[in-house]
Design a protein around this ligand. Sequence first.
Ligand SMILES: [Zn+2]
Length: 83
Amino acid sequence: MSLIHRCQGESDVYVFQHVDGFISCCGCSFLPSYVQGVKPDAFETRLQTVPELIEHLKAHREHGDLVPDDLLEAAYYDDEEVW
Ligand SMILES: [Zn+2]
């Protein structure tokens, strides 16, 4: 399992598959500590599945974050090269 992240082009989100088996939304702006503007004690939101990740990213977009269209397509994650 690789740690290649998705950070191509313009994006406010940074997601990657962690070696421990979960998907990380790194520096997630939904974290309470991030919202409060204090130094975060947690720096990521952990997702377990691709559908869960896509729902999470849709929520980011609804909050005004810039999320590339292909990150919202399940087929995108079928490509081993992505990870
Ligand atoms: Zn997030």
